[in-house]
Design a protein. Structure first.
Length: 108
């Protein structure tokens, strides 16, 4: 499956944390910034991106505990291409939602 189709599938099958965050990011609700979800930047698909601010948001589920080197490689790639990357674990979004939004707001 190519990245474009994979991104489409991922948008339709969002975990609860991503769905909750998208409810606050969609329709330019946060600081009037346009976010896109499951956006592909070859060779990766990022969870959320604000292209105008070069800000990428990555939401890490439990599977990321075992993939820290791959996550670091991905972050390094994105930063090398001019993006700032913020990572949030699922449980942080679900339990400390206002603090997560505040942190994103500060980076916008």
């Amino acid at each position: 499956m190519d990245l474009k189709n994979l991104a489409r599938v991922l948008r339709k099958n969002q975990p609860d944390a991503e769905r909750k965050l998208w409810s606050a990011l969609g329709n330019q609700q946060l600081k009037n910034s346009k976010f896109r979800r499951q956006y592909w930047i070859r060779p990766y698909i990022v969870d959320f991106i604000c292209l105008e601010k070069n800000l990428v948001l990555e939401i890490d589920g439990s599977q990321h505990l075992e993939k820290t080197s791959k996550d670091n490689e991905r972050t390094e790639f994105l930063e090398k291409h001019g993006f700032r990357v913020l990572r949030f674990p699922n449980n942080e979004i679900l339990k400390e939602f206002d603090a997560v939004l505040e942190r994103i707001y500060e980076h916008l």
